[in-house]
Design a protein around this ligand. Structure first.
Ligand code: HEM
Length: 417
């Protein structure tokens, strides 16, 4: 028996998606009372789905592929062309293995230490400034950590410029008009900058330590034994630098959580690493970041008596799955204790950075770095420094993607504890 998938009527709903943002898919899952529905987006038929079972389906490599999934304007800003996000099968597995090799325990530890150093120096500079905008400051701090960790030389004079260019890539992916062009410009500039460095590494003119991302990616051979084109290698180095700077968004939400849920401060101060981990997981579940992930149906199949036709664009609801009432008790309550029991359940239900496996799927390879960077931030904000929070608009939108608290979190009268 084949059923018609619940279907949203109309020629195209791209504008509705932009208008409803993070809530576009969850709203329709609710009104259709269905975890899967059909609509039209970007001038084509599209399937939207969410929840744990939908996530399991979405990450089945026999059913979905990524080639042709990311829209052009997203490739022109956020992703770049021909990066790991767009690969499938053997080519993806091989490229992803390279990314994962950077995420060894030592690799992560090296990042944590560099990042702590940069927090230490940044806080020293904030003390003299009186008031700072946390989002702007943390982006610069993370840009330094990212470059140092990846082996990318960055002079003090360059920090502002490179931070702005890298940020423009993740601040603009859904934009049309001027913001989109800022993002495109940022993509051209960063790829040119990194492309030059890759040439220098390959010619032996720039010496980098072997474990550094710039070195690894410059020397990486694809599954057919070929060095990556300079442009593609640059896209992959930017695939490391850009998202590390983007952790600034989660840092802002971490600061906001400490402000909105002050009872967490005491628990964090006494709860050790275990509570810290639970707190960070809850920040990643609770606040919006990536609204959804996109793929295309690889070959015709049926699921729950619904037909999935080859090539159909399919979106997985990340935000809505993290807030799915079938998966989470009181999903709109901030409660780190929900992570007390660790389980496999999380693999397809806590999916702010994608679900499934790291090697055999497209789950974010930067998840551990992100978690550790948020832990370092929480430690500094909660245990090491004191600050005041001046009057400001700390609301965040569930429409604008990515969502960032409006005032970007101003803090003042900062001092060491
Ligand atoms: C993929 C989120 C940080 C590198 C992804 C995906 C999401 C995501 C949703 C796509 C999952 C999918 O398509 O199924 C985030 C968020 C971050 C973050 C919210 C917080 C700032 C990082 C960091 C790095 C990184 C720190 C690198 C150091 C990547 C790469 C991919 C990816 C290379 C593509 C993986 C693939 O296609 O196999 N991320 N990420 N991300 N992320 Fe992250």
């Amino acid at each position: 028996e084949i059923n018609q998938m619940p279907r949203e009527e109309g020629l195209d709903h791209s504008a509705t998606l932009m208008r409803e943002g993070y809530m576009y898919i969850p709203n329709r899952r609710k009104s259709f009372q269905s975890d899967v529905f059909e609509t039209r987006l970007l001038g084509q038929k599209a399937i939207c789905m969410g929840g744990k079972q939908a996530a399991e389906l979405f990450y089945d490599r026999d059913k979905f592929k990524r080639s042709g999934a990311a829209p052009k304007r997203v490739r022109q800003t956020l992703f770049g062309e021909k990066g790991v996000q767009t690969l499938d099968g053997k080519a993806h597995f091989h490229r992803k293995e390279m990314f994962m090799s950077l995420m060894s325990e030592e690799g992560i530890q090296r990042f944590v230490e560099m990042n702590r150093d940069n927090w230490q120096n940044a806080v020293d500079s904030w003390i003299d400034k009186g008031e700072v905008v946390l989002y702007e400051e943390v982006k610069k701090l993370l840009c330094k950590s990212a470059c140092r960790w990846a082996g990318v030389p960055l002079s003090d004079e360059e920090v502002d410029k490179r931070t702005d260019e890298l940020s423009s890539l993740f601040e603009s992916p859904a934009a049309i008009g001027p913001e989109h062009w800022v993002g495109r410009h940022g993509r051209n500039q960063t790829e040119k900058w990194i492309g030059e460095l890759i040439k220098q590494v390959r010619e032996g003119k720039l010496l980098t330590e072997e474990q550094m991302a710039l070195h690894v990616i410059s020397q990486h051979k694809d599954h057919e034994g070929q060095l990556l084109d300079t442009e593609v290698a640059a896209v992959e180095v930017v695939n490391i630098l850009r998202p590390i700077v983007a952790i600034a968004i989660y840092i802002n939400f971490t600061a906001l959580a400490l402000h909105q849920f002050p009872e967490q401060k005491e628990k964090l101060a006494s709860g050790g690493n275990e509570y810290l981990q639970m707190f960070v997981q809850e920040v990643r579940r609770f606040y919006p970041f990536f609204p959804f992930a996109a793929a295309r149906v690889k070959k015709d199949f049926t699921w729950k008596n619904y037909t999935f036709e080859k090539e159909t664009l399919t979106l997985l609801d990340l935000y809505g799955t993290n807030h799915d009432p079938d998966l989470w008790d009181n999903p709109d309550v901030f409660n780190p204790e929900r992570f007390k029991e660790k389980s496999d359940f999380l693999k397809y239900s806590l999916i702010p950075q994608g679900g499934g496996g790291y090697y055999d799927g497209h789950r974010c390879p930067g998840e551990w770095i992100t978690i550790e960077a948020m832990k370092v931030c929480t430690d500094f904000l909660n245990n090491r420094i004191v600050y005041n929070i001046p009057d400001q608009d700390l609301s965040y939108s569930l429409v604008k993607m990515p969502s960032i608290p409006k005032s970007k979190f101003k803090i003042k009268h900062i001092s060491w504890k």
